[in-house]
Design a protein around this ligand. Sequence first.
Ligand code: SF4
Length: 322
Amino acid sequence: MFATTLSHPNPTQAALPNDLFSAIQDLKREMNAVILAHYYQDPDIQDIADYIGDSLGLSRQAADTDAAVIVFAGVHFMAETAKILNPDKLVLLPDLEAGCSLADSCPPAAFADFKAAHPDHLVVSYINCTAEIKAMSDIICTSSNAVKIVEQIPTEQPIIFAPDRNLGRYVMEQTGRALLLWQGSCMVHETFSEKRMVQLQVAHPDAEIIAHPECEPAVLRHARYIGSTTALLKYSLESDSSTFIVVTEPGIIHQMQKQAPHKQFIPAPPTNHCACNECPHMRLNTLEKLYLAMKNRSPEITLPESTRLAALRPIQRMLELS
Ligand code: SF4
């Protein structure tokens, strides 16, 4: 039985070259491809990407690229956004199962009912949602520009904010606006333990706590600085402090450590003694799957044209307003 298994190796594994980095670079040139990666990807993927960023930066890159193929190392809604902006390009996602608990917390049929119950409301949706939700929205925002976008909406205009209730609450605090919140959340950012974070702060009294606005209010109130992943990176590089407790998915620490090797970055602990502060969806992508997606030109992201066009309008409004 054992010998039989060895004599019939998995063809997918057998097809993998020894030097994946070089093979991916070769494919990139042959295909005229660009690799866009989110900060929450594995360090190996970040190191081979042409651009690493948060949702806003990745959307801008996807809108501006003249490559024929976009390899999106992130989760499904991000690759979908790239496809919405680039209908004629081949958009590849290394693992089609790389979803998002936040996007899943806003099912289109239930959201359509919610929206219909509040017909006078403008819909501002966080980019972490499906194309169907984007298609039902008036303006898309990211954690980088949510406050700025809401501030530009006339004060008398009622607003639905979806799908993340924690980001929505943060925007309410920053703008003083009342928003009608969809009660969605991210499984990763809700996992941080306030108690364990405070214990960590006691152990490192000089450390600054920096946090993503998708975290719960009880965690955010301890943060010295709150911002998107790009903003957290920038802040940590510019701050005079030498130690940081980083309250977001720890993939971002790879860039922080690379750009400030003399500083210490401590990942904030989750409630349980587990690795649940790592996004299980983002981490489905691997360098091997990225190579195979390029070689096989699959899995490809596709969308019905009517959904794409309806989702494009609020994304374009975001790009104009931010
Ligand atoms: S970290 Fe949260 S919001 Fe981001 S992809 Fe993972 S589940 Fe979705």
